[in-house]
Design a protein around this ligand. Structure first.
Ligand code: UDP
Ligand code: MG
Length: 319
């Protein structure tokens, strides 16, 4: 993939993943175009239609016909936001990219500030949510819990309350493109690649229209993805628990032996047996489960499937 030829022409690539966003497409373009025009930068807007089942794709085509700076990638099915953003990154021609949600929860006004900070030399300018007024109490608490657990367990530290809304400079883009793992947690990867980073605090707005695409269950899986793909501590901790339980078993054996030989007491074998079986059984099952988590990930990587399948592109050269 040779992106160098084109990179000098376009300064900013705006990348937006859309999944059933027909309600917000129009508002999104109006807002973002007015800001980009005001900024007087050369730009492209790459819209990744993540297998929408509503009219999102046809709306996107309508917008891209009169404006060749609006580019569309459509997936053959829903691959998820992380993969959609990665596809946008692969196709981007700009020197810097900006990831933004379609629903205008991330205020596009900040793009100007992101851009200025990039010009000052930051490779990773990320928006941080000041408060989570637009989120429910439940989402707020679980998010806080997730960030604190992630940062305790993970080998990469992630800024709390930062989302995908950010600007990535050319060096970080190059680095991110080299990461081809399929099970990906982008927020961890931005930090993993490193480079000079700066946070821009902002107030996250309510969705202009439509509803969130993430259910509790998908967020739970997403959190699990984040932790397992950036940390092996879950897998390793079971080794220690195993060692401790072996130690307990040895102590117990010595105690029973002592009781029998020195005090001539017969231990109550039935309860002890049940307890031991239950204890070791549960340790084994849990550790098997955790190993399974990782093996399933290895399995997925080993299959070597492409990250995504593009169905069509518009205003973009096919790879
Ligand atoms: N999105 C996507 N694929 C998905 C789910 C979401 O491309 O499978 C997009 C969605 O269209 C939106 C962005 O990701 O532009 C954020 O989604 P949403 O607003 O539903 O998430 P929330 O703001 O509730 O976290
Ligand atoms: Mg949203």
């Amino acid at each position: 993939m040779d992106k160098n030829k084109k990179t000098n022409k376009i300064e900013l690539s705006i990348i937006v993943a859309m999944y059933n966003e027909e309600a917000v497409v129009k508002a999104f373009f109006e807002k973002i175009l007015s800001i980009l025009t005001k900024m007087q930068v050369t730009y492209e807007i790459i819209c990744v239609d993540d297998g929408s089942t509503d009219t999102t794709l046809s709306l996107l085509y309508q917008f891209s016909v009169p404006n060749e700076q609006i580019k569309v990638i459509s997936f053959s099915r829903n691959f998820g936001k992380e993969i959609a953003l990665s596809a946008g990154l692969d196709f981007a021609n700009g020197q810097a990219v900006i990831f933004i949600d379609a629903d205008l929860q991330d205020p596009p006004e900040l793009i100007e500030q992101f851009y200025a900070l990039w010009k000052e030399g930051y490779e990773n300018v990320y928006g941080t949510r000041l408060t989570r007024k637009s989120d429910s109490f439940f989402k707020k608490t679980t998010a806080t819990l997730f960030y604190s657990i992630f940062n305790k367990l993970s080998e990469t530290q992630m800024p709390s309350n930062a989302g995908d809304f950010r600007l990535i400079g050319p060096k970080a883009i190059k680095a991110l493109r080299r990461i081809r793992e399929k099970r990906r947690f982008m927020k961890g990867l931005y930090t993993w690649v490193g480079f000079r980073s700066i946070s821009v605090p902002y107030e996250r707005q309510k969705r202009v229209a439509g509803h969130s695409k993430f259910t509790f269950w998908s967020l739970w899986n997403f959190a699990l993805e984040g932790i397992t793909s950036h940390s092996s501590i879950l897998m390793r901790s079971w080794t220690y628990l195993g060692l401790i339980s072996v130690l307990l078993a040895i102590i117990l054996a010595i105690h029973l032996l002592y009781d029998y030989v020195v005090s001539n007491n017969n231990p109550n074998g039935f309860y002890l047996t049940i307890l031991t079986i239950l204890f070791f059984g549960s340790v084994q099952i849990t550790s098997l489960g955790i190993i399974g988590e990782y093996i399933s990930r290895i399995h997925e990587e080993v299959k070597g499937r492409p990250l995504y399948i593009v169905e069509q592109t518009y205003n973009l050269e096919e790879e």
